[in-house]
Write a protein that binds this ligand. Structure first.
Ligand code: SF4
Ligand code: FES
Length: 271
C-alpha cells in the first residue's frame, strides 16, 4: 500500500492510497458536514454538502469528500472561504427543500445561510438516497429513486404498496431529515413515506405471551448479503422478551441443576 503525503488544512499528514478525503479528515479530527453519507453503505455523493477543495499537481478543483479516493500527494482545504461559500449555497438549496430539518437548520445558522434566496419548494425529502441504498442492502426491492431532474423522488415500484418490504425500519432509522416513519397498528407494521403508507407487513404473534412483535426477518439472507455467516436464525414464533425470559430460565435450570436447587417458576419457597 502506497503512503501519500497530504497537506490537510495547512497541516502535513499521511494517507493510504485509495482512502477517501472524508475518511482521512475523520482520522485527523477534521469535521466535514455530510448528509447522504453512511459508513455502512457505498457513497453516492447525492447532497454535495461535503464538497472540499483539492490541489493536485498544481491544479485546484472541487470534489465531494465522501467518495473522492486519494491517488497522489495533494493539498486539501475543507474550510477555505471558497469552500464555505459553496457549502452555504448548497445549504440554502437544501433548506428550500426541507426547512424543518433540525440538522439543516443548525448548518444554516453556522454558515449564515440566506434563507430568502430560494423560494421554499416543499417540506420534503432532500433526495439523499440513503433510504434506497439501505433498502437495497437489506432486501433490495422496496424503495428506489424514481423520476428525473427536479422531479426525482423516493418511491416504491409503480408507487404501489410494496409486497417486498420486510418492515426492518432501516429506511426510517437512516433518513437524515426524518421523512419516513413507521407505526405498528393491529398486528401490522406500516412504513409511511410523505405521510402515505408504502408498505404493510404482517407481524407475528408471540406463542408465549400473545403480543404482536417483530417483524421476523430472514436474517440468513441479510447476513449472506453482508458477508456474515453462522449467525443463528431468530426465533420465529416467540417475541424478544419471551425469548430472553425462556433462555434465562433454561440457563438458570442448567446452572442450578448442578446444585440441586432449581425451582420452576411459581413454585413456593421451601422456607
Ligand atoms: S426519504 Fe430521507 S433517506 Fe430517503 S432520500 Fe429522502 S431524505 Fe434521504
Ligand atoms: S456526504 Fe458527500 S455528497 Fe453527500
Amino acid at each position: 500500500m502506497r503512503v501519500l503525503n497530504i497537506i490537510l488544512n495547512g497541516k502535513a499528514v499521511t494517507a493510504r492510497e485509495g482512502q477517501t478525503i472524508l475518511e482521512l479528515a475523520q482520522e485527523n479530527g477534521v469535521f466535514i458536514p455530510t448528509l447522504c453519507h453512511s459508513p455502512a453503505l457505498e457513497p453516492a455523493a447525492m447532497c454535495r454538502l461535503c464538497t472540499v477543495q483539492v490541489i493536485e499537481g498544481g491544479r485546484a478543483k472541487f470534489v465531494t469528500a465522501c467518495n473522492f479516493p486519494l491517488r497522489r500527494d495533494a493539498e486539501i482545504r475543507t474550510d477555505s472561504p471558497e469552500v464555505r461559500h459553496g457549502r452555504k449555497l448548497i445549504i440554502e438549496l437544501l433548506m428550500a427543500r426541507c426547512p424543518s430539518s433540525p440538522e439543516l437548520q443548525r448548518l444554516a445558522v453556522e454558515y449564515e445561510a440566506d434563507l430568502t434566496r430560494f423560494s421554499s419548494l416543499n417540506d420534503d425529502c432532500v433526495v439523499c438516497g440513503l433510504c434506497t441504498r439501505a433498502c437495497e442492502a437489506v432486501t433490495g426491492k422496496t424503495l428506489s429513486l424514481a423520476g428525473r431532474g427536479t422531479a426525482i423522488h423516493v418511491s416504491t415500484a409503480f408507487a404501489k404498496i410494496s409486497d417486498f418490504c420486510i418492515g426492518c425500519g432501516a429506511c426510517v432509522q437512516i433518513c437524515p431529515v426524518q421523512k419516513i416513519s413507521m407505526e405498528d397498528v393491529d398486528g401490522e407494521r406500516h412504513i409511511l413515506l410523505h405521510g402515505k403508507i408504502v408498505s404493510q407487513v404482517k407481524l407475528p404473534r408471540c406463542k408465549s405471551c400473545g403480543k404482536y412483535f417483530g417483524p421476523v426477518i430472514d436474517l440468513e439472507k441479510v447476513m449472506d448479503r453482508m458477508g456474515e455467516h453462522l449467525i443463528p436464525p431468530p426465533n420465529a414464533d416467540t417475541c424478544p422478551e419471551c425469548s430472553r425470559h425462556n433462555l434465562a430460565v433454561k440457563l438458570g435450570k442448567r446452572y442450578f441443576e448442578q446444585y440441586g436447587v432449581f425451582r420452576e417458576e411459581g413454585q413456593a419457597d421451601a422456607g
